[in-house]
Design a protein around this ligand. Structure first.
Ligand SMILES: [Mg+2]
Length: 322
């Protein structure tokens, strides 16, 4: 059911107009009325009903750094580890050249792609087996990328922590790298949960990845069925989803259909060619925005309204920066 039929909140003197939100001025929005309505739902629902689901690679990390330095993906961090056997890199490259074109093939259906993605992740898991490996190698490389997070990522994580809003970092990459970057940046707060692929060991040697496998096309809350995280958040029906790939928009597709989801997409590569697809997929499209300013502006509105209700009057001045 769309918002147009489901007019459950009323416009009132507290109603926020999308045009008044400075943070959104550079963004592209296909359905501004719908987005305005969801934002007002979020504000009136308060932090207790919110959760955030975010991709990691190039969503929490930047797509472009100020000094032009390359940001490694979470698998890229692992692949840069010196002790990996010679054949590991050759095998991994071989798999990439077979399966990556399938992953991004615009002519193949998603259903058809899934079996290839399972093959890719399964073969990667087999290649990542049978040799010793120490997590400190990942930590050493990840330490170089704790500064590659989007501007104001620390503040965003602090906002979520202060407002007690759960954040699911959902990655089809390598969880060991994701957790290492977040820990070294000091933002792995208790409300942050990372669901991703983690290395597993047997008899002191690597033994592929732990189950369940998270690949590009099952990266949504359906893989969380039976997971403790699902129980924690299933009652939080106001959801902000953030990602840089089209598939990230489905990350909350396992939640109840009554949920209200606002999808924020970070677009950087081939902006003109991708714009239409991104606008049809994400509610808010941010072009070459290497900050967390938009999600923070939304959280600020939610917090401001909560404080206003609590104080029975005007919000404190320091929260009136929008
Ligand atoms: Mg990504």
């Amino acid at each position: 059911m769309g918002y147009d039929e489901k007019n459950e909140i009323q416009e009132n003197e507290n109603w926020i107009r999308i045009g008044d939100l400075k943070a959104l001025h550079g963004s592209r929005i296909l359905h501004p009325t719908r987005v305005e309505r969801i934002i007002n739902e979020f504000i009136q629902g308060g932090p207790e009903r919110m959760q955030m689901v975010s991709d990691f690679d190039f969503t929490i990390t930047k797509q472009r750094t100020d000094d032009g330095g390359k940001v490694l993906s979470s698998f890229g961090i692992f692949n840069a580890c010196k002790s990996l056997p010679d054949n590991f890199k050759a095998e991994t490259d071989k798999l990439y050249h077979i399966y990556r074109p399938i992953e991004i093939d615009p002519h193949m259906s998603k259903d058809e792609k899934v079996k290839y993605m399972i093959e890719w992740w399964t073969k990667s898991s087999e290649v990542t087996s049978g040799f010793p490996f120490d997590q400190t190698e990942i930590d050493d490389i990840a330490s170089k990328f704790k500064h590659a997070l989007r501007d104001r990522t620390h503040e965003l994580f602090e906002d979520l922590q202060r407002m007690q809003i759960p954040l699911l970092v959902f990655s089809a990459g390598l969880g060991n790298s994701v957790v290492s970057v977040l820990k070294q940046a000091d933002i792995m707060y208790p409300n942050v949960k990372v669901v991703s692929n983690f290395l597993q060991y047997r008899d002191g040697l690597l033994d592929g990845f732990q189950q369940p496998m998270i690949h590009t096309f099952n990266k949504n809350e359906t893989v969380l069925d039976g997971h403790e995280y699902y129980d924690l958040v299933h009652s939080r029906d106001h959801i902000i989803v953030m990602g840089d790939s089209l598939g990230d928009a489905d990350m909350a597709s396992g939640v109840p259909s009554s949920s209200h989801i606002l999808k924020i997409g970070f677009l950087f590569d081939h902006v003109e060619a991708n714009m239409e697809k991104y606008m049809n997929t994400f509610d808010i499209v941010l072009v070459d925005d290497q900050t967390m300013d938009v999600p923070r502006a939304l959280l600020e509105l939610i917090e401001k309204q909560k404080l206003k209700l609590k104080n029975g009057g005007s919000p404190p001045a320091q929260l009136s920066s929008l």
